[in-house]
Design a protein around this ligand. Structure first.
Ligand code: CP
Length: 327
């Protein structure tokens, strides 16, 4: 088993199932109904060279909930990479200070390059348009919990992925993770030029799933169980793509879309952040308060899932049971 979590490629269905079970056991600790100090004395290096709220803070909180401490650096300006230090040197140095490292970086493959230089577990917190495996795990945990609440099964489910499927690393990791499970139907709807990379479509189809690309949300999606929408990642556009790009309302998930096109128990997910600027046409705030909107249940799930990732990578999951104490 890889000591790192860099890509969903390193996960088997059995390992995902195990992480889901460990995450469920972490819930009382995540909600501070129980306390453990199992990682007391351990230090997490939280290195974020690209903007983040959820991933950075929830990894930090998850490590603290297990009793550990966190050192962090945010942005290139406040790290010695601003002075030309390489990923290799940064990795070797941080390995002497930390027991685990979470890293986000704008370049695809950079977290794997960093991980190759260290013996401590490294978690990919997002490498450019590459992957975001911990997000896929918390997304999957959310789908599992929502389906249990709704009496639904994953096998045969219909999942709609929409938004920026080209640069959205969360959907790249999620589609790979879903493909480990029994055949389901996956519909992809992206604006022109932002379609899911063909190698991922081919991978999922080769594992027996029915994958269909559609050009617009103006269709009937009554049998869709999950609508997973993503922000348009304009920061990753080339200058040519940026020129004149504006997202039509036809790609917006809002109350009208949900009421007219989807079912009463279709859940809506988004990795967040959602872009609230007027012309962004991201997931509409008119769904706030709608029980189908699972986005804040999804963010809450980030803590137990990230605790489970630490517990398994640092091999303390069995110790936690013995160390549990009341608040
Ligand atoms: N979902 C996610 O990665 O959010 P942040 O960019 O805020 O970490």
């Amino acid at each position: 088993m890889s000591p790192h979590l860099l890509s969903v490629d390193s996960l088997s269905r059995e390992r995902v199932d195990h992480l889901m079970r460990v995450a469920a056991r972490m819930e009382p600790i995540a909600q501070r109904r129980q306390v453990t100090r199992v990682l007391e004395g351990a230090v997490l290096g939280n290195l974020f060279f690209e903007a983040s709220t959820r991933t950075r803070v929830s990894f930090h909180a998850a490590f603290c909930r297990l009793g550990g401490s966190v050192c962090d650096t945010t942005g290139f300006t406040f790290s010695s990479m601003a002075k030309g230090e390489s990923l290799y040197d940064t990795s070797r140095v941080m390995s002497g200070y930390c027991d685990a490292i979470v890293m986000r970086h704008p370049d695809q493959g950079s977290v794997a390059e960093f991980a190759a230089a260290t013996h401590v577990p490294v978690i990919n917190g997002g490498d450019g348009p590459g992957e975001h495996p911990s997000q896929a795990l918390l997304d999957f945990y959310t789908i599992d919990k929502e389906f249990a609440r709704l009496g639904k099964k994953l096998a045969g489910a219909h999942v709609l992925l929409t938004g920026d499927l080209k640069y959205g690393r969360t959907v790249h990791s999620l589609i790979k993770l879903l493909s480990l499970y029994d055949p389901m139907r996956i519909t992809l709807v992206a604006p022109p030029g932002l379609e899911m990379p063909s190698h991922l479509i081919d991978l999922v189809a080769s594992r027996g799933h029915r994958v269909e690309e559609r050009a617009s949300l103006a269709d009937d999606y009554a049998d869709v169980d999950v609508v997973y929408t993503t922000r348009i990642q304009k920061e990753r556009f080339t200058a040519e793509m940026s020129e004149g790009f504006s997202l039509s309302r036809d790609f917006t998930v809002d109350r009208a879309f949900m009421d007219k096109r989807c079912g009463r128990d279709t859940i809506v997910m988004h990795p967040l952040p959602r872009d609230s600027r007027p012309d962004a046409n991201d997931l509409d705030v008119d769904l706030n308060g709608d029980p189908r909107l699972a986005i804040f249940r999804q963010t809450d799930n980030g803590i137990p899932v990230r605790m489970a990732i630490f517990a398994t990578l640092l091999q303390v999951e069995e110790l936690i049971e013995k160390d549990l104490r009341p608040v």
